[in-house]
Design a protein. Structure first.
Length: 492
């Protein structure tokens, strides 16, 4: 999708206008289009009984005198209109544009008392671009569809601001799209070595520092929990580090992403029914999010130092696989009894988190992980579970997520539940006792490896993946977390 900023578009296939639920007319900022058409739009709203609900739309042909052949009216839902309503409206518009083959479209960028022009422009770009996303690599016949060119129509005095926001939004969406692509790749293509090569490529393109450890260095460094999970796979594990260090940075943030490029469950094999085996290539969505975010930090001039770590491996089963009952040693020297080989993520994260804390001594550490099915049971697909030992980080992340449409909901880290992850013959057990609180016990397990470092853990098992097309989300990887991280880092 090609975006431009203009104050006077011409020859558009369609002009997109918003109507808020219950209004029965255009908002003040675009009312002049209705006047220009002698009330045609208002008439049509009444005639159709148009409610302005999300997903609702209609198209009218325009006689002449307006800069477009058609007007596409889209409902935004209730007032006060939030950024995500603008994203959803843009997604509806794109769907209609594709159906009716409208390839040059545009929309006026108008703010209101409750929402700024910048926010509207950004949300339109995000919603439209993410809605038009498809992973077409393996369907070459379908990839030849026409590119949509999208004009952001802004008054001359706002052009500069809108152009600046457009640039930032494009960088952020490009990163989110990269995360979707990485998740959507088949698991045998996006194996640990491939993921590492993607990280190296990003480092090269965007001027970041990169370090990758293969199996030998992983063992030498003492990352034994990662090595244990990797034992059942023919693919060598990779320990990936990406770093962005701007001069004069006052803070250092570490990002860690769960990087299981395929999770079969291991010897505790996932069941065909309900095990989501065909979706388990998404078990590296946390890694995809942090690597993709790193691809944008320099362009966005993020003011802090950012280091990303990914412990990448497959979780398979075979003659060499780690077994239930095994005891593994983590990087920080704790012993863990393997209660369940399907609780592999927290083992790899244990190493990545404790290694990052020891080596980087960061001011804060944030991990993103498709960690537990229990997070989906608790919060569904629309929310990630948020765990933190630091109120400020938690509040900021939740606030930013509300803005970017990547919603977080807090769950507790109760001291008492540490009982549930005690080992029988080792210090810890990776699986909990099965007495419930699956997402919490997983988070408590991770807490043993972050020490006193201000830390937030996002269990993104639900929102990282979509089972169907839904607004600006498409079936498959959603890119959840990328825009959240970038906006969060931007304001530090
Ligand atoms: N990758 C899964 C969690 C998951 C499940 C993500 C469904 C996305 C969709 C994780 O490795 C896992 O299998 N967790 C187990 C933990 C249990 C064995 C303690 C789970 O959630 O059942
Ligand atoms: Zn698992
Ligand atoms: Zn997993």
């Amino acid at each position: 999708m090609q975006f431009t900023v203009t104050h006077k578009p011409s020859g558009l296939d369609a002009l997109i206008l918003h109507v808020t639920a219950g209004d029965k007319k255009l908002p003040a900022g675009t009312q002049h289009y209705d006047n220009l058409l002698d009330g045609l739009i208002t008439e049509e709203i009444t005639r159709l009984g148009f409610k302005g609900k999300p997903g609702e739309s209609f198209i009218i042909n325009v006689p002449e005198g307006v800069e477009a052949r058609k007007i596409l009216v889209v409902g935004t839902g209730k007032r006060p209109v939030q950024p995500d309503q603008i994203r959803q409206a843009a997604a509806t518009a794109i769907k209609q544009a594709r159906t009716h083959k409208l390839h040059t479209i545009g929309t006026p960028v108008t703010g209101g008392s409750r929402i700024s022009k910048e926010t509207v422009a950004e949300a339109v770009v995000e919603g439209a671009w993410l809605a038009d996303y498809r992973f077409g690599k393996y369907q070459p016949d379908n990839t030849s569809r026409k590119d949509i060119s999208f004009a952001l129509i802004a008054d001359q005095r706002n052009q500069r601001q809108v152009t600046k926001i457009l640039g930032e939004a494009e960088t952020e969406v490009r990163a989110a799209v990269l995360a979707r692509d990485l998740v959507n790749e088949p698991p045998s293509a996006m194996h640990p070595t491939k993921l590492a090569s993607v990280a190296k490529q990003i480092a090269k393109t965007h001027g970041l520092k990169v370090e990758v450890k293969g199996p030998k260095d992983i063992t030498k460094a003492g990352l034994h929990a990662l090595a244990a999970v990797a034992k059942g796979s023919d693919q060598p594990p990779q320990f990936i580090k990406l770093q962005y260090a701007p001069p004069k940075a006052k803070k250092h943030v570490v990002l860690v992403g769960k990087g299981i490029t395929y999770d079969s469950g291991g010897i505790n094999l996932k069941p065909s029914k309900g095990g989501m085996l065909e979706a388990m290539k998404m078990d590296m969505a946390g890694a995809a999010a942090v690597i993709a975010a790193m691809s944008a930090v320099k362009e966005l001039k993020i003011p802090v130092k950012v280091t990303a770590y990914v412990a990448a491996t497959e979780n398979l089963l075979g003659g060499s696989a780690y077994k239930p009952g095994d005891v593994v040693m983590t990087y920080n020297g704790q012993t863990v009894e393997v209660g369940n080989t399907d609780a592999e993520g927290r083992l790899t994260l244990a190493d990545a988190l404790s290694y990052a804390v020891a080596k980087e001594k960061p001011d804060q550490i944030i991990d993103l992980a498709t960690l537990t099915g229990a997070a989906i049971a608790a919060l569904g697909q629309d929310f990630a579970a948020l765990f933190t030992n630091n109120e400020t980080i938690g509040r900021d992340l939740q606030e930013v997520g509300g803005y970017t449409g990547e919603k977080l909901w807090p769950l507790p880290l109760p001291e008492e539940y540490n009982e549930l992850i005690k080992g029988h013959i080792a210090e810890l057990n990776n699986a909990g006792t099965g007495e419930g609180a699956g997402s919490i016990t997983a988070a408590l397990f991770l807490q043993y490896f972050t020490g006193d470092t201000p830390w937030a853990h996002l269990d993104i098992a639900g929102p990282a993946w979509s089972e169907k097309d839904k607004g600006y989300l498409k079936k498959g990887g959603t890119g959840f977390g990328v825009r959240l991280l970038l906006h969060y880092l931007k304001r530090l």
